[in-house]
Design a protein around this ligand. Structure first.
Ligand code: XMP
Length: 315
């Protein structure tokens, strides 16, 4: 059986044995990067710098939440607001792969700058076992290679330190619970953030709409789970479609945007089944989205496709 306390003790020691100078970690607030940051911080204190890049594409309240977690855990950290730079770079771009590429490259550039300023010689990463098993190393297909978007290239001229390399997700969550990390049970969130849930052009206005819609979906589902009305899906969110449709507002004909609600069950994200959210909850979600964003959204639809043939995200 996996012993989280033994794991922490051993890896705080191995990280402190490995890292002789300064180290840096890109911390998204997700469970893998948070656990790695906390272990490394216990090992080397302020010789570690955790960098959180606010891309402007994060969920509602996420930056403050991550700030709170890093403060609570006593990790030396820096938050960089790069949202203007990201929106500028994404102006006019609608192709999904181009979006991912731009976001990935920008992230690397911002992070490299910080690593250099801090004088980091080591790069701590939250790589876990499925990350390197699924990447295939040429043996398997690399369906998930795009999932490194928002991640970092192999050679950044720093020595790698990957304390979670041998762990599976449930074990990382066990370590997170032991360490008192609040994001221990958080659902997956893609590296490129809300940009891949905003089909068509990524503008601050569109991101605001999908951010609010994602928040409503998360909030209503969490409430329904707490009330025993449904099980917790593996992942659940909203996406904004690029097309408009006709609706009515008062006695006027309106032309508004469409929000898709997506919820899936899955074990490892390689395959997934659409989740059967009770109709009563879907009704609540739909009404709340269209009431909250009356002037922007006039239609809410529910995605009932599995993976394959669809993917979990829309881009
Ligand atoms: P898809 O959409 O390919 O997603 O079925 C499978 C899982 O991976 C997440 N995802 C990403 N995670 N960087 C990440 O760290 C990415 O670029 C990325 N793209 C998708 C997605 O949310 C789902 O959990």
């Amino acid at each position: 059986m996996f012993k989280a306390d033994k794991f922490v003790e051993e890896h705080v020691k191995s990280v402190s044995d490995q890292i002789k100078g300064k180290a840096i970690i890109a911390c998204s607030g997700g469970v893998d990067s948070m656990v790695s940051a906390v272990i490394a911080s216990k090992a080397i204190g302020d010789r570690l710098l955790a960098v959180y890049v606010d891309t402007g594409l994060m969920r509602k309240g996420e930056t403050d939440e991550v700030r709170g977690m890093l403060e609570d855990m006593g990790v030396n950290f820096k938050i960089i607001d790069a949202s203007k730079e990201y929106f500028e770079a994404l102006k006019g771009v609608t192709d999904p792969e181009t979006k991912r590429k731009i976001i990935g490259e920008k992230f690397i550039r911002v992070f490299e700058r910080e690593a250099k300023d801090f004088g980091a010689e080591y790069l701590v990463q939250g790589t876990i076992a499925p990350d390197w098993i699924e990447s295939g190393d040429g043996v398997r297909d690399t369906i998930k290679s795009h999932h490194n978007v928002g991640g970092l290239p192999k050679d950044m001229g720093m020595e790698l330190c990957e304390p979670l390399r041998d762990l599976y997700k449930d074990e990382v969550r066990a370590v997170a619970r032991l360490l008192g990390i609040k994001s221990s049970e958080r659902q997956p969130f893609p590296g490129p953030g809300l940009a891949v849930r905003c089909l068509g052009e990524v503008t601050p206005e569109n991101i605001e709409i999908v951010r609010e819609a994602c928040f409503i979906v998360e909030d209503e589902i969490k409430k329904a789970v707490a009330d025993g009305k449904m099980e917790m899906p593996w992942q659940y969110f909203a996406a904004l479609l690029p097309s408009k449709s006709v609706g009515v507002q008062g006695d006027r004909r309106a032309y508004g945007k469409t929000i898709v609600v997506r919820a899936v069950s899955s074990l490892d994200a390689m395959t997934a089944e659409f989740f059967m959210i009770p109709l009563e909850i879907l009704d609540k979600i739909s009404r709340r989205i269209t009431n909250t964003m009356k002037d922007q959204v006039n239609r809410v639809v529910y995605d009932i496709t599995n993976k394959p043939p669809a993917t979990i995200e829309w881009e």
